[in-house]
Ligand binder design. Structure first.
Ligand code: KIV
Length: 274
């Protein structure tokens, strides 16, 4: 049975920390689901982690739906939340609704995530009113990277902190079932978590949120280049993969692979007939 938004809300009420991770494909989704992660985000960070872009902006709706379908196929238990990509919910509410519906109807996701607070609230409300659960996302909103002047911590001044708080309240008021707080000071995330009744899911927002989300490739040591300060590397998969691939290259070149264990034989008499 898949986890529902009610389970997520109940975990929050009971003080159980909510764990969320990104996954972008069948194989990693399978592993993350089997490990027991209750909520998987098909994040638009796949633009950078899978498709090699510099920002999340170029990834399209079709690409996001395509990856969502693969993640859904790889999972049996986790609640799947898909990111609505840049400009797929900004033009007007009708288009936003149509696009959100694609993730549910064709992608098989159970919820969508939209960036923005006060400015996105009306859109969130309409999507929720149509029966599609929405996760909000405020603070550092990577789809606004150019407007923000880079991937910078938000809410560091009184004015900016008040703005983040107002955004959080607008998202809750609009009916979102949970909200991502990205890259804001820990005390501000604590205040918001106390103020809101919906679960807050932090990334670079300190330990006081109701849950945490991370980009899978960051915690596995797979992300190319520098990783954000908030990301803890639990293993060095890039090194592990490089070591394995190098060993394979050496085996093939040295003629030690495939060996008898990895080959199929037939009877010599059969061969003689040929
Ligand atoms: O796309 C993503 O991975 C995200 C997380 C950073 C929350 O939105």
């Amino acid at each position: 049975m898949r986890i529902t938004i009610n389970t997520i809300k109940r975990m929050c009420m009971e003080g159980e920390k909510i764990v969320m991770l990104t996954a972008y494909d069948y194989l990693t989704a399978l592993l993350v689901d089997n490990a027991g992660v209750p909520m998987i985000l098909v994040g638009d960070s796949l633009a950078m982690m899978v498709l090699g872009y510099e920002t999340t902006l170029p990834v399209t709706l079709d690409e996001m739906v395509h990856h969502t379908r693969a993640v859904v196929r790889g999972t049996a238990r986790a609640l799947i939340v898909s990111d609505m990509p840049f400009m797929t919910y900004h033009i007007n509410i009708a288009t936003a609704l149509e696009n959100a519906a694609r993730f549910i109807q064709h992608g098989g996701a159970q919820a969508v995530k939209l960036e923005g607070g006060i400015t996105t609230a009306k859109t969130i409300k309409r999507i929720v009113d149509c029966g599609i659960p929405v996760m909000g996302h405020i603070g550092l909103t990577p789809q606004s990277v150019h407007q923000l002047g880079g991937f910078k911590v938000q809410g560091k001044t009184t004015h900016s902190a008040r703005q983040v708080l107002n955004d959080a309240m607008a998202v809750e008021e609009a009916g979102a079932f949970a909200i991502v707080l990205e890259c804001i000071p820990s005390p501000l995330a604590q205040l918001i978590s106390e103020r809101l009744s919906i679960p807050t899911i932090g990334i670079g927002a300190g330990p006081h949120c109701d849950g945490q989300v991370q980009v899978l490739s960051d915690i596995l040591g797979l992300s190319p280049g520098s990783v954000p300060r908030h990301a803890k590397r639990y293993t060095d998969l890039a090194q592990e993969i490089t070591t394995a691939v190098t060993a394979y290259i050496n085996d093939v070149k040295g003629g030690t692979f495939p060996d008898a264990d990895h080959s199929t034989m037939i009877d010599q008499s059969l061969l003689a007939e040929l």
